[in-house]
Design a protein around this ligand. Structure first.
Ligand SMILES: Nc1ncnc2c1ncn2[C@@H]1O[C@H](COP(=O)(O)OP(=O)(O)OP(=O)(O)O)[C@@H](O)[C@H]1O
Ligand SMILES: [Mg+2]
Length: 362
């Protein structure tokens, strides 16, 4: 059992705060992902959980007990580093069993546990090889094996897939997700890849400049981003943002912009300057005029396989639409653009906070 709780955790390096008053509870057996751009404090947070780094202030708790004073080897965690950090002169078997050997576990038990970890990861036939005789994906599995053989309450994984090519990353992503189910332990996973975060996690904590922007399920983060940063970071291709202004029309507050043919009613009490957000899959295109659609021109189209990503220019705005294949209009052809009114987001232009979505406003 391992519930990990961070309470008011702050970390500064030479006066610069890189993790700022973080509060987060990772539930027992949860798969929680810390995601955010480079330098936002993900690895530092993970290192404070495992004990490789001390918080400047605040506390870390495992199952309600403070562990801030405990060194890394006394905490019930196993960590997988971004670089595999395998011992080059040891075999796979010795690499996986090394931590157990250090803990003076009897040899027969080590052999048994190494074999079991190797079976879980499907690398049984590689046990007598050296790391240099392995592919990147196989080395990655050995690095995972070294962690899971430890039977820790929580596994901390720092960008374990970033050294792999795109295809292998997709494969290993599913394997780690499955591994989480099989070992039934708490996983805290760090990545800057929003697709990994979306596909693998029970919950995602989005970090920016050492501050959690939102912590919620992938669905919640995608459907109801707390602010413009989360909205633009999560989702590929990213959400479109349309600037516009609010005005009162016949006593109703309306959002107007050049990208929309019709103004959208919003609830009262919104600030005057807002930004409208719409995901590319919520933008529809038609080669012929449709009521309520706005005319634009095809700027560029990019086939993605089942879908085509079409960038449309409407006056000065560029809007991306993700539409099904085939899409046959060429560059500069007129095209009619409709936004799904059910799926629009509104953000404050001043600070990016999500405002009541227009769909809830009526
Ligand atoms: N030991 C250190 N001394 C000084 N500054 C540090 C130290 N470790 C990290 N930092 C700084 O703290 C900030 C956060 O670093 P961290 O490694 O946590 O980022 P990250 O989110 O993991 O980024 P990446 O995605 O690039 O790995 C960065 O600005 C980094 O330069
Ligand atoms: Mg990092």
């Amino acid at each position: 059992m391992a519930e990990v709780r961070l309470e008011n955790v702050t970390k500064s390096f030479g006066g610069k705060t890189v993790v700022d008053d973080l509060n987060l509870t990772i539930r027992d057996q949860e798969f929680l992902t810390l995601v955010g751009p480079s330098g936002c404090g993900k690895s530092t947070t993970l290192r404070m959980i495992c004990g490789l780094e001390r918080a400047t202030s605040g506390n870390v708790f495992f199952d309600g007990k403070p562990v801030s004073w405990l060194p890394a080897n006394k905490r019930d965690v196993a960590m997988v580093f971004q670089s595999y950090a395998l011992y080059p002169h040891k075999t796979v078997r010795q690499n996986i069993g090394f931590a157990l050997k250090m803990m003076r576990v009897p040899k027969a038990t080590i052999d048994e546990q190494v074999l079991e970890a190797a079976r879980t990861l499907d690398i049984e036939d590689l046990l007598d090889r050296k790391p240099r005789e392995l592919s990147g994906g196989q080395r990655q599995r050995v690095a995972l094996g070294r962690a899971i053989v430890r039977d820790a309450g929580a596994y901390l994984l720092d960008e374990p897939l970033s050294n792999l090519d795109a295809q292998l990353r997709v494969l290993m992503r599913a394997e780690i997700k499955r591994l989480h189910v099989d070992v039934a332990r708490t996983f805290i996973y760090v990545t800057h890849d929003q697709v990994e975060a979306m596909t693998m996690s029970d919950r995602i904590a989005v970090l920016r400049d050492g501050v959690i922007q939102q912590c919620a399920t992938p669905e919640e983060i995608y459907e109801r981003p707390a602010n413009r940063f989360v909205a633009s970071f999560m989702g590929s291709p990213p959400m479109n943002f349309v600037t516009g202004a609010l005005a009162d029309v016949d006593g109703v507050r309306m959002f107007r912009s050049t990208a929309l043919s019709q103004p959208i009613a919003v609830s009262d009490g919104q600030p005057a300057d807002v930004v409208l957000g719409v995901r590319p899959e919520d933008v529809a295109l038609s080669p012929t005029p449709v009521e309520g659609y706005r005319q634009g021109r095809v700027f560029v189209s990019e086939p993605l396989g089942p879908d085509v990503l079409v960038t449309v220019r409407i006056e000065d705005e560029l809007l991306k639409a993700r539409v099904p294949t085939p899409f046959r209009l060429g560059h500069d052809a007129p095209v009619y653009v409709g936004l799904n009114p059910e799926r629009l987001h509104l953000f404050s232009a001043a600070d990016g906070t999500a405002l009541q979505a227009p769909r809830d406003a009526a």
